[in-house]
Design a protein around this ligand. Structure first.
Ligand SMILES: Nc1nc2c(ncn2[C@@H]2O[C@H](COP(=O)(O)OP(=O)(O)OP(=O)(O)O)[C@@H](O)[C@H]2O)c(=O)[nH]1
Length: 340
C-alpha cells in the first residue's frame, strides 16, 4: 500500500494562474512555455469576453493549449473543465503538468474545489498551487472598487486564495507605492510569499512543483469551501465586454489615434482592451494591448504572437472589457479605422 504522499507524487500537478484583467497571466504562461523545453505542459485557458484574442498571443503548438471560452471557468463551465481533465490524463502522450489560466474576473475558489470533489480528477491530479498575479499599478484601484450588495470583489478573492503572489509591473510604481501595495496584499493574505516581478519574470522553481496548496489553510478561512457548488457567488454584472470582428486591413494611424483618445477619456471604466490586427502595408500580425489608460502595439515581426498563416483570412479582432461600454459607438469607430 503506497503512503499518501507517494500516491500524490504520481499525480499530475496542476497550477492555477489567476489575477485581475491585464495583470500579466498570459505573459507568465508564454514565459513558462518558452522555458520549459522538453516538459509536457498542457495549458487550459479561459478568457473573458465575447471575442477571444489570447489564441493569437500565446506562443506554442496548439496541441497542448485548450481553450474554454463558452463561459466562466468558476461557474458555468466547471463541468467542461472536469471533462477536459479526464480526457487529458488518458492521452498516450502523457502530460506532466497542467496549468489553468482563469479569466481576470474569476473567483479561484470553485476552480480549486474541482480538485477535491470529483473522484476521477482527484485520483489523477493534485493541485500544486494557486499563483495570483497582481498589477502593482492598478491593484489598489481594484481592491477599492465598490461592488453592489452580495457581489464579491474578484481582486480580493484572488489574493485571499493565493499560495504565491507575483507582484508584477513593479517598473510602473515608485518604491513608496510598491510598499503600500505590499501592505494591502499582506492585509488580505498574511501567509503567501510575495515575489516582485517585471514582465512576470520569475524563476519557475518558485512557482511550479512547489506543493504549496493547503486545503487545511483554506478550510481554516472558509470552512464551507468544499460544500458550496461554485454557483453561489455573484459576478459584478456591471462589468461586460464588447467584442468586434472585422475583415480587412486597418489604417494604423487612425486606429492608434482612436484608441489613444478613447482610453484617455474612458480608461477608468475600460479595465482591459486587446486585439489582433492586420494593418495596411505590412504582412505582420499586430497585437494591441490596453490596461486601463496604458496601451501599446507589438507585431509578429518583433516576435510577439504568431504571424498570419498562409491562406488565413485577415480578420481584425478587438475586445473591450469594463463598465458603461457603448457597443454601437465602439463598433462604428472601429469600422471607421479601416484603411481606404
Ligand atoms: N509595464 C509592464 N507591462 C507589463 C508587465 N507585465 C505584463 N505587461 C503588459 O501588460 C499587458 C497585459 O499582460 P497580459 O499578460 O496579457 O495580462 P493578462 O493577465 O493575461 O490579461 P487578461 O488575460 O486579459 O486578463 C501586456 O501588454 C503586457 O505586455 C510588466 O511587468 N510591466
Amino acid at each position: 500500500m503506497p503512503r499518501a504522499d507517494e500516491t500524490k507524487a504520481e499525480r499530475i500537478p496542476v497550477t492555477v494562474i489567476t489575477g485581475f484583467l491585464g495583470s500579466g497571466k498570459t505573459t507568465l504562461i508564454n514565459r513558462i512555455l518558452k522555458e520549459q523545453h522538453g516538459r509536457k505542459i498542457a495549458v487550459i485557458e479561459n478568457e473573458f469576453g465575447e471575442v477571444g484574442v489570447d489564441d493569437g498571443i500565446v506562443l506554442s503548438s496548439q496541441e497542448n493549449i485548450l481553450e474554454m471560452n463558452n463561459g466562466c471557468i468558476c461557474c458555468t463551465v466547471r463541468g467542461d473543465l472536469i471533462k477536459i481533465l479526464k480526457k487529458l490524463h488518458k492521452r498516450k502522450n502523457k502530460i506532466e503538468h497542467v496549468i489553468i489560466e482563469t479569466t481576470g474576473l474569476a473567483d479561484p475558489a470553485p476552480v480549486a474545489q474541482t480538485f477535491f470533489v470529483d473522484d476521477d480528477v482527484q485520483e489523477h491530479y493534485h493541485l500544486d498551487a494557486i499563483i495570483t498575479i497582481v498589477d502593482a499599478k492598478h491593484l489598489i484601484q481594484h481592491l477599492d472598487d465598490e461592488k453592489p450588495e452580495g457581489v464579491e470583489n474578484e481582486a480580493v478573492e484572488q489574493l485571499a486564495f493565493a499560495d504565491r503572489v507575483l507582484l508584477n509591473k513593479t517598473d510602473l510604481v515608485t518604491p513608496e507605492e510598491k510598499q503600500e501595495v505590499i501592505k494591502r496584499i499582506k492585509a488580505i493574505n498574511r501567509t503567501a510569499d510575495v515575489i516582485e516581478t517585471v514582465q512576470s519574470n520569475v524563476p519557475l522553481e518558485r512557482i511550479l512543483d512547489i506543493k504549496a496548496f493547503s486545503l487545511e489553510r483554506i478550510l481554516e478561512d472558509e470552512p464551507t469551501f468544499l460544500e458550496s457548488d461554485g454557483a453561489d457567488h455573484q459576478h459584478d454584472s456591471s462589468v461586460t465586454s464588447v467584442g468586434i470582428e472585422l475583415e480587412g486591413d486597418m489604417d494604423m494611424r487612425k486606429l492608434d489615434n482612436w484608441l489613444t483618445i478613447i482610453l484617455k477619456e474612458k480608461g477608468t471604466d475600460i479595465f482591459r482592451s486587446k486585439g489582433i490586427l492586420s494593418f495596411k502595408g505590412t504582412t505582420d500580425k499586430f497585437v494591441f494591448q490596453g490596461v486601463h489608460m496604458l496601451m501599446g502595439f507589438a507585431s509578429s515581426g518583433e516576435g510577439v504572437g504568431r504571424p498570419w498563416q498562409e491562406g488565413e483570412k485577415r480578420v481584425n479582432r478587438i475586445v473591450f472589457i469594463g463598465r458603461n461600454l457603448n457597443r454601437e459607438e465602439l463598433n462604428a469607430s472601429f469600422r471607421a479605422c479601416l484603411a481606404d
